[in-house]
Design a protein around this ligand. Structure first.
Ligand code: ARG
Length: 290
């Protein structure tokens, strides 16, 4: 078993301007007030927990009138130092993109935008596992995004349709744990998506409905530490049996906006597929020719 090759460097954004100011997912209700002091405290605990587990955290400045900028998982998709900015479905989040692009440009990433008119909400809907990206679509990202995304990321992308409105981003339904294991919520996927994951994940742990709705899959994995918004006993027992340390971090203020631990982070150290400078793998043809 080896640890995930990514998840040691994250981008996060402090919740100075966080709130529920509009409703773009079934969890958001404008009449439910956010306690900003509590949100700050919870976010600080999440940062401290990730750092304690061995991760580095980089910061994106918060911006007035962009309450969801805290959910950096949606800033875009990163692979091998390349950054593909998100194209948000809802106009409320579209102004975030300029701030995201500015950060990635300043930090030396190669910025590669998707073609106009193709929606994709970044790592919230694209998670690497065993050499491919799984990419969720329907409520937020477009089915047509996976081709262009694959071309820009230089890695295979497999689409999964998200059929449960409440689990509107892939990272609410899938959590890679190490090179063989993942938390999975097949009830939230179409039958093709289920088959893709079945073929890809040697040792899945299938979440029950209440576990997936507790945002169990929206966890951040740093080596053998799993930082979770909530840890139901059955999930905790399995993770411990598998050798993980489970650290629950209360992110209840952020759940009011429909996001948990994973949504508040964006992994910057993802590296899937051939990297610049790598020798190309021998193809079966060149093997045969020898
Ligand atoms: N309120 C945000 C939205 O609806 C929450 C984003 C959650 N992010 C995620 N990666 N699942 O867009």
């Amino acid at each position: 078993m080896s640890e995930l090759p990514w998840g040691r460097r994250f981008l996060m954004c402090p919740p100075e301007h966080f709130g529920v100011l509009y409703e773009i997912n079934p969890w958001m209700h404008r009449e439910v007030a956010v306690d900003l002091d509590r949100a700050r405290h919870q976010w600080g605990e999440l940062v401290a927990t990730l750092v304690e587990a061995g991760a580095e955290v980089e910061l994106l400045d918060s911006q007035p009138e962009l309450p969801d900028l805290v959910f950096t998982a949606n800033a875009g998709t990163v692979n091998n130092g390349r950054y593909v900015p998100s194209r948000f479905r809802h106009p409320n989040r579209q102004p975030e993109v300029d701030h995201d692009i500015a950060w990635f440009t300043e930090h030396g990433f190669d910025v590669a935008p998707l073609p106009e008119g193709i929606g994709h909400e970044g790592a919230g809907d694209a998670l690497p596992f065993r050499g491919v990206f799984l990419s969720g679509y329907r409520s937020r990202s477009d089915a047509g995004a996976h081709g262009p995304l694959s071309a820009l990321l230089g890695a295979p992308v497999r689409p999964i349709e998200l059929v449960d409105e409440r689990l509107y981003h892939l990272d609410l339904t899938f959590c890679p744990l190490d090179d063989r294991r993942a938390l999975v919520a097949p009830h939230a996927w179409d039958s093709y998506g289920r088959k893709v994951v079945e073929a890809l994940v040697p040792e899945p742990f299938v979440l029950e409905d209440d576990e997936m709705l507790a945002f169990c899959a929206n966890s951040v994995v740093v080596g053998t530490t799993v930082v979770m918004p909530a840890c139901p006993p059955r999930v905790g027992r399995q993770l411990e049996r598998w050798g993980f340390d489970v650290v629950p971090v209360d992110v209840s203020e952020f759940l009011k906006a429909g996001g948990g631990c994973r949504c508040l982070t964006l992994a910057l150290d993802v590296s899937v597929g051939p990297q610049a400078g790598d020798a190309p793998p021998p193809s079966s043809e060149s093997e045969a020719a020898r």
